[in-house]
Write a protein that binds this ligand. Structure first.
Ligand SMILES: [Zn+2]
Length: 125
């Protein structure tokens, strides 16, 4: 049991180090869009149409509120990295919770065993 505890402790330490190393992050997802304009005779109304775009839209939900905004083409790569960092954050936190739950249960069991051992040792003395 002691060993399992150490395994879990070092797993949590590793997670913390990875969290510490995370760069800029943001929640959401990127989508690509093509639009049609209002200009008469524009290529976007030809047949076949050549629509304008792509435009990149970032959608995210924060505190129950959904929002979206456009992202400049030259900033798409940066935003993608930020989104990936956020995904990594969620995975790491989830792993931490799994390890922490098991570790907490182990500690409670140890506490209980110490509690159960105490009266017996006091009876012996
Ligand atoms: Zn057009």
């Amino acid at each position: 049991m002691r060993r399992r505890e150490q395994v879990l402790e070092s797993r949590i330490e590793r997670i913390k180090r990875k969290l510490h190393a995370l760069g800029d992050l943001r929640p959401g997802s990127l989508s690509k869009q093509y639009n049609v304009c209002g200009v008469e005779g524009c290529r976007c109304k030809a047949s076949p149409p050549k629509k304008h775009g792509p435009y990149y839209q970032l959608s995210f939900t924060r505190k129950g509120k959904g929002t979206s905004r456009f992202v400049r083409r030259e900033e798409v790569a940066i935003v993608r990295r930020q989104l990936q960092s956020y995904a990594k954050l969620r995975t790491l936190v989830d792993d931490w919770i799994d390890a922490a739950m098991e570790l907490s249960t182990l500690r409670l069991e140890q506490q209980r065993q110490r509690g159960a051992a105490a009266p017996r040792s006091s009876a012996r003395t």
